[in-house]
Design a protein around this ligand. Structure first.
Ligand code: T4K
Length: 398
C-alpha cells in the first residue's frame, strides 16, 4: 500500500510491481484451440493464400462489423494502403494528427499528401468543422480515426464528404467490436480498417482487415492484396502481397472466440480506474459512452498540470519507476514528427498530446493491480508540490 511520498519508488520505496505492466500486453485466448487450428492447417498443407482459416476469419469479422465484405490483410497499415489504391485516391487526404504515425504514413508512402486536421479538445476525435476548412481542389478523401476505441463523429464526416464529393475512410484500428449510435463500427463511410496487431483488442499476432458494403471496392482490394491477380494466370491490377497467413488467422479466430471475456475484463478494469481516480484533482479519465458497445482496450487519462500540480511526463516517469509502463498515446501529434514538421500548428492536438497517458489494461492486468495504479497516481497528485521541489525539471521533459 502506498500512502506517503516515501512509499513511491521514485522516493525510496519498493516498486509497486515486480514485473512491468505494459499497455498493449496481448490478450491471449484459448491456447489449445489455437494449437488445434494450427495443427489442422499443417495437416491440410495450406498455410497462406486465402486459406480456410483466413476465410473463416473474414466471415466472422464481417459479421461483427455488420458489413457484407471483410478482406483480411497482414496488418492494418497495408489494409489502409489498399483502400487508398483501390479507391484511386490522389492529391491530398485529410487525416487527424492525434493518431499513430501509420495513419499519416500510409498516405505519404503512396505519394499523396496527408493534410492534418485538429481534434475536439475533450474527446480527442477529429473535428469535422476543421476538416471542412482544409478541403481544397486537390483533396480526394478524409481518413478519420476512431481514436482509443471511442468513435469519430461519423455522421457529420459523412455529411462533409457527401457535400464535397470526397471519399471517406475510417482507421478503425482501435474500434473493433464497438458501436456508434447502436450501429457497429465497420459500416461507416466507404470502408473501415481494423488492426489485429498483438496490442489490439483482438489480435492475430499481426493482422488487419478492410470491411465495406461496396462490392467493387472489396473485389479490388482482394485482388490488389494478392499481386493484382484476378484469376489463375490473369493479373488485372498493379498489386502487392498483403495477405493474411493461416497462423495469424488461427490466432485471430481464437481471439474472436474470447471477446466476451476480453470485454468483461477491460470493462471491469475501466470502471475500477474510473472509481479509483474519481476526485483526484487534474486527472480526467477520457470516458466511454456505456450506452454503446466498446472494447475498452485503451484506458486514457488527461493530466491537467495546473490542477494536478504535476506534468503528464513527470507522472509517467514516476509510474515507470513503479513498473507501470504507461504510454503517451499519442505524442507528439503526427504534424510534429520529423517527416511532417513543416506543417501548421494544431492547438487542440498539441494541448492533448502533451497531456494524455494510456494506462495498462487487458487480460494481463487484474483489478487489484488497477487499484494499486490508482493509488500511486493519487499519492503522486497529493504530494505534487513536494515532488515538484524534488524531481529535477528535466524529468518532466523526458
Ligand atoms: N492506425 C492506428 C490508429 C494504430 O494505432 C495502428 C497501430 C495502426 C493504424 C497500424 O496498425 P498495424 O499496421 O500495426 O496493424 C504499437 C503497435 O505496434 C501498433 O500496431 C499500434 N497501432 C500502436 C498503438 O502500438 P508501438 O510503437 O507503440 O509498439 P511497441 O513495440 O512500443 O509496443 C507497444 C506496447 O505493447 C508496449 O507497451 C509493449 C507492448 N507489447 C507489444 C507487443 C508487440 C507487448 O506487451 N507484447 C507484444 O507482443 O506500436
Amino acid at each position: 500500500v502506498k500512502r506517503i511520498l516515501e512509499d513511491l519508488a521514485g522516493f525510496g520505496g519498493a516498486p509497486a510491481f515486480e514485473h512491468p505492466l505494459r499497455v498493449g500486453a496481448p490478450n491471449i485466448g484459448d491456447r489449445e484451440r489455437f494449437s488445434a487450428r494450427l495443427d489442422a492447417a499443417f495437416a491440410r498443407g495450406w498455410l497462406s493464400n486465402d486459406g480456410p482459416l483466413a476465410k473463416e476469419f473474414e466471415r466472422r469479422v464481417a459479421q461483427a462489423a455488420g458489413t457484407r465484405y471483410a478482406v483480411a490483410t497482414c496488418n492494418a497499415t497495408s489494409a489502409l494502403q489498399l483502400a487508398i489504391r483501390a479507391a484511386d485516391l490522389t492529391g491530398e487526404i485529410i487525416v487527424p494528427s492525434l493518431t499513430f504515425a501509420a495513419t499519416a504514413h500510409v498516405v505519404s508512402w503512396l505519394g499523396l499528401t496527408p493534410v492534418f486536421c485538429d481534434v475536439d479538445p475533450l474527446t480527442g476525435q477529429i473535428d469535422p468543422d476543421h476538416a471542412r476548412t482544409l478541403i481544397g481542389p486537390r483533396t480526394s478523401a478524409i481518413l478519420a480515426v476512431h481514436l482509443w476505441g471511442r468513435t469519430a463523429p461519423a455522421e457529420r464526416l459523412e455529411a462533409v464528404a457527401r457535400r464535397h464529393g470526397l471519399a471517406l475512410f475510417f482507421d478503425a484500428s482501435h474500434a473493433f467490436a464497438c458501436t456508434r449510435g447502436g450501429r457497429p463500427v465497420g459500416g461507416f463511410g466507404d470502408a473501415e480498417i481494423f488492426s489485429f496487431h498483438s496490442t489490439k483488442f483482438v489480435n492475430a499476432f499481426e493482422g488487419g482487415a478492410l470491411v465495406t458494403n461496396d462490392e467493387s471496392l472489396a473485389r479490388r482490394v482482394q485482388s490488389i492484396r494478392n499481386f493484382g491477380i484476378t484469376a489463375e494466370d490473369e493479373v488485372s491490377h498493379v498489386g502487392i502481397n498483403a495477405k493474411m497467413n493461416e497462423a495469424s488467422a488461427a490466432m485471430g479466430l481464437t481471439s474472436l472466440d474470447s471477446i466476451d471475456r476480453f470485454v468483461a475484463r477491460n470493462l471491469d478494469n475501466y470502471r475500477r480506474y474510473r472509481a479509483g481516480l474519481a476526485g483526484v484533482p487534474g486527472i480526467r479519465l477520457i470516458p466511454f459512452d456505456e450506452g454503446e458497445r466498446h472494447n475498452y482496450q485503451y484506458v486514457v487519462i488527461e493530466v491537467d498540470p495546473r490542477r494536478a500540480g504535476i506534468s503528464r511526463d513527470t507522472l509517467r516517469h514516476l509510474l515507470h519507476q513503479e513498473n507501470v509502463l504507461a504510454r503517451r498515446y499519442f505524442h507528439p501529434g503526427c504534424h510534429r514528427m520529423a517527416p511532417y514538421a513543416d506543417r501548421p500548428p494544431l492547438p487542440a492536438t498539441e494541448h492533448l498530446s502533451e497531456r494524455v497517458l494510456a494506462l495498462p489494461t487487458g487480460m494481463s492486468v487484474t483489478r487489484t493491480q488497477v487499484a494499486k495504479i490508482c493509488e500511486i497516481i493519487r499519492v503522486v497528485v497529493v504530494n505534487s508540490q513536494a515532488i515538484a521541489e524534488r524531481v529535477p525539471m528535466e524529468v518532466g521533459a523526458r
